[in-house]
Design a protein around this ligand. Structure first.
Ligand code: NAP
Ligand code: HSE
Length: 434
């Protein structure tokens, strides 16, 4: 890294994408031109822009910038030093423009987690071969500067675990279900009306968007090549208001939680619904806010909380990267040379944990004993058990297990139907120990 060198030579940005994030960046550059120049020791300017529709009204004065209808042409312009890629998508324009920029000798700042989750290693190698930088603070947890904290502030730590609620839409849906007592489908529709959902809602509620973010964090934390394909993904579509209430009775909240940790059996990466203690920082996180929890051997636990999306927060993160480049601060893409990133072996099973089980149990003598037997035969030990009042001929039963494996839980779930005392589908959700 080198110290900022005061200079009259501006850093010239080409912005590809003029949607929520792109316009947010334009507004910051226009609003804070003097402050940015003072901090960077040189002016930061936009020279050229690109989007699909030139005629769209974009709530910003873009008249001073050259227009390119092709983002690849924008990336290669002589008057562009840094491509700001804020179009989205992991193939097509975003990938082509990023590669073109690097090959033309430009640095790249992107907010595109899908691009990095799918092509992070190849892009990091390309950038390094060409002695260029790729920066992506906005790609993970929006306005929270977690990439900088992990890559720089915690560089002296062996990371133990990285966790987080990194999809604001899912956290909004789960919080709203709980607070308003509404079912998933109703709140999903509300979220759609409010414009919270991605064009493909499964990116949000299927855990894919948050999985992209987790894969990127895991690469930096554990010095591994990004391996999104090895993230165990489960969305929130099967979470019922019943489970949210029952978990609450037991002192837990349900969150779409990402967890990455290096275990003796390989790299564990999962983005799945989990129970977390209601009193924990993650348990108290409501609405569309994000939270990332970082655990290092020297520092212990750090909790970062803030807006994970939206024009201002995401543009703030993009500008943090732009300012580093303007100041001449350069780091390898994932915090260490791309060639030194290991190809991680994926852990086939997750670290043991307690589980929450909800069963609808027939009101028959010996029903509970049959369930206890199946759990015992599967190696699952009961820690707490609660039975609720009967509805007709059956009653809900909640079980919190001692630490066990997912395999043992799955073994028990597969054996339960044969008892003929469990009605419907039992629910099993991991309880994450914080
Ligand atoms: P957006 O509002 O949909 O804007 C996308 C922009 O890209 C639009 O201006 C669009 O042009 C332009 N574009 C798309 N395809 C193009 C192409 N082939 N050629 C030229 N321009 C193209 O998206 P966004 O919300 O700003 O998100 C941008 C990126 O930031 C994505 O990678 C997203 O995942 C990431 N991100 C977003 C947020 C957030 O809060 N929105 C948070 C974190 C990260 P038109 O306007 O002409 O259609
Ligand atoms: N769809 C994402 C979310 C946007 O809800 O968090 C930011 O990546």
């Amino acid at each position: 890294m080198s110290a900022p060198v005061p200079s009259d030579k501006p850093l010239r940005l080409g912005i590809a994408g003029l949607g929520t994030v792109g316009i947010g960046v334009v507004k910051i550059v226009q609003r804070h031109a003097d402050m940015l120049a003072a901090r960077a020791g040189r002016p930061v300017q936009i020279t050229a822009i690109s989007a699909r529709d030139r005629t769209k009204n974009r709530d910003a004065d873009l008249s001073n910038y050259a227009w390119e209808s092709d983002p690849v042409a924008l990336a290669m312009r002589d008057d562009v030093d840094v491509l700001v890629e804020v179009m989205g998508g992991h193939e097509g324009a975003a990938k082509d423009a990023t590669e073109a920029a690097l090959r033309a000798g430009k640095d790249v700042v992107t907010a595109n987690k899908a691009l990095l989750a799918h092509h992070g290693q190849a892009l990091a190698e390309l950038a390094e071969d060409l002695n260029r930088a790729i920066r992506f603070e906005a790609a993970v947890a929006g306005g929270i500067p977690v990439i900088k904290v992990l890559t720089e502030g915690l560089a002296g730590n062996a990371m133990r675990r990285v966790m987080g609620v990194m999809n604001g839409t899912c956290n909004y849906i789960l919080t709203r279900m709980e607070e308003a007592g509404l079912p998933y489908d109703t709140v999903f529709e509300e979220a759609r009306q409010l414009g919270y959902l991605e064009a493909d809602p499964n990116l949000d509620v299927g855990g894919i968007d948050a999985g992209h973010k987790l894969a990127i964090l895991a690469a930096i934390a554990f010095g591994t090549q990004v391996s999104f394909d090895n993230v165990v993904l489960e969305g929130i579509g099967r979470i019922s208001i019943d489970d949210i209430r029952r978990a609450g009775d037991l002192g837990y909240k349900i969150k779409l939680l990402g967890v990455a940790q290096m275990t003796g059996r390989g790299l564990e990466q999962r983005m799945t619904p989990c129970l977390v203690p209601s009193s924990s920082p993650l348990g108290q996180l409501t609405g569309g806010t994000n939270m990332v929890v970082l655990e290092g051997d020297a520092v212990g636990q750090i909790v970062l909380r803030g807006a994970g999306a939206g024009e201002g927060p995401t543009a703030s993160a993009v500008m943090g990267d732009v300012m580093d480049l303007a100041r001449g601060l350069r780091l390898p893409t994932f915090g260490q040379p791309a060639g030194s990133l290991m190809q991680a072996t994926p852990a086939v099973t997750s670290v043991p944990a307690p589980y929450y089980l909800r069963l609808q149990l027939a009101d028959k003598p010996g029903a509970l004993a049959k369930v206890a037997t199946i759990l015992g035969e599967s190696g699952v030990s009961i820690s707490r058990l609660r039975q609720y009042g009967h509805a007709d001929t059956s009653a809900p039963v909640l079980i919190v297990t001692h630490k066990t494996t997912r395999d043992a839980i799955d073994h028990a779930l597969a054996a339960l139907p044969a008892t003929r005392v469990v009605e419907g589908e039992p629910v099993a959700i991991r309880i994450e120990e914080l």
